[in-house]
Ligand binder design. Structure first.
Ligand SMILES: [Zn+2]
Ligand SMILES: [Zn+2]
Length: 382
């Protein structure tokens, strides 16, 4: 039974219900509860509370020991929705602006279809993860022994992608999403009268130099063949016209695809901050945090994903990775697999991810389900 038409209408209603009741990272209690209830109704083995609010469904068929994992993220964003849709968020300031409501619906649809078609031999693990948006829900699930408890030969994660037309599915071997780091530099002097600069180390002037120098790291210290971004996004210092402030804070983000490049940038930031501070009679402290590593697809798994995609839609080898980040990276560090972009742009266009006018395109629900099913049926072929 390969026809999934009958699954779509109830899943659109389900998706819109999740959309209307968004929950932030690690608070997805209602969402996780609804997912667990649906998985139980299908007769799956269900595990709750993995990575706090994560849910795992297990579906076995046949006798082989082979296995595959499929992931959907469940959390919403702290954004005020401005779509005015009938299913718009009922929770002020919280909004499914990244389409995780659609991811949940597509993975549940795959569970429904695989439960009745059973055209595979092995075990399918359905991973519903919390807190993708910056809090590392995937990391928590992995740290709690996700792949020891539910071993997988492959793990795949889909993300709707407004930059690609609906019907297109893209991925690539190697890096697909960037590592995300954040830094804050505190320049400290003692402050003093602005009319007596000879006695007061100038943290503002040092900060200006530092901003310029930091922006030269990528062009002067990183090979032109490598890719990296360094953006300074905050600068705070001073409060009035006649005082040289005692301190200035500078903050920003770094995005990379390669740990050696990442190491070089962090070391450069520390070196330049110390050097500029010394030259200006100040001290500098640097807080550099790596919160998501780069998302790196296994080459074979990426090819398997493209082969599966070609059976259900238009498969495209993505020419470049994206500089945004994704905590599915933690699953790919623990298990071979691939992250896949599911095109969702309507012909008339639409809003990008994390935009208050964004909405998941229900027209691609069926394609997402068929892709999940194809991944399973190819990897666990009878
Ligand atoms: Zn997002
Ligand atoms: Zn997302």
């Amino acid at each position: 039974m390969n026809d999934i038409t009958d699954l779509i209408e109830p899943l659109v209603a389900f998706r819109r219900d999740i959309h209307a009741h968004p929950e932030l990272g690690f608070c997805e209690h209602r969402t996780a509860g609804r997912i667990a209830e649906q998985l139980r109704a299908l007769g799956l083995e269900v595990h709750e509370g993995i990575g706090r609010t994560g849910v795992v469904g297990v579906l076995r068929n046949g006798t082989s020991g082979r296995s595959i994992g499929l992931r959907a993220d469940m959390d919403a964003l702290p954004i005020e929705e401005q779509t005015n849709l009938p299913w718009a968020s009922k929770t002020p300031g919280t909004f499914h602006g990244c389409g995780h409501d659609g991811h949940v619906a597509m993975l549940l649809g795959a569970a429904q279809q695989l439960t009745r078609s059973r055209n595979f031999d092995g075990t399918v693990h359905f991973f519903f993860q919390p807190a993708e948006e910056g809090q590392g829900g995937a990391r928590e699930m992995v740290q709690e022994g996700l792949f020891e408890r539910f071993p997988c030969e492959r793990v795949f994660g889909l993300h709707n992608w407004p930059d690609l037309p609906a019907g297109t599915i893209a991925t690539r071997p190697g890096p697909i999403m960037g590592a995300a780091d954040k830094f804050e530099i505190l320049l400290e002097g003692r402050g003093g009268h602005a009319a007596i600069p000879q006695d007061t180390p100038d943290a503002i002037l040092a900060a200006a130099t530092l901003v310029t120098q930091l922006n030269a790291i990528i062009s002067r210290r990183i090979a032109p063949t490598a890719s990296a971004v360094l953006s300074i996004t905050q600068i705070h210092g001073g409060h009035t016209h006649n005082v040289i402030p005692a301190e200035v804070r500078i903050g920003g983000t770094v995005r990379t695809f390669d740990e050696q490049v990442q190491d070089r940038i962090e070391a450069s930031i520390r070196e330049i901050a110390a050097g500029v501070a010394l030259a200006n009679g100040l001290s500098a402290s640097v807080d550099y945090q790596r919160y998501y590593p780069a998302t790196i697809n296994d080459a074979q798994a990426a090819q398997e994903a493209l082969d599966a995609a070609a059976t259900v839609g238009v498969a495209q080898l993505a020419p470049d990775p994206a500089f945004t980040s994704e905590d599915f990276a933690f699953m790919l560090k623990a298990c071979k697999g691939a992250y896949i972009w599911l095109g969702q742009a309507k012909p008339e266009g639409g809003a990008p991810l994390h935009n208050p006018h964004y909405d998941f395109n229900d027209d691609v629900l069926g394609l997402g389900i068929r892709l999940h099913v194809a991944l399973v049926e190819r990897h666990l072929a009878i």
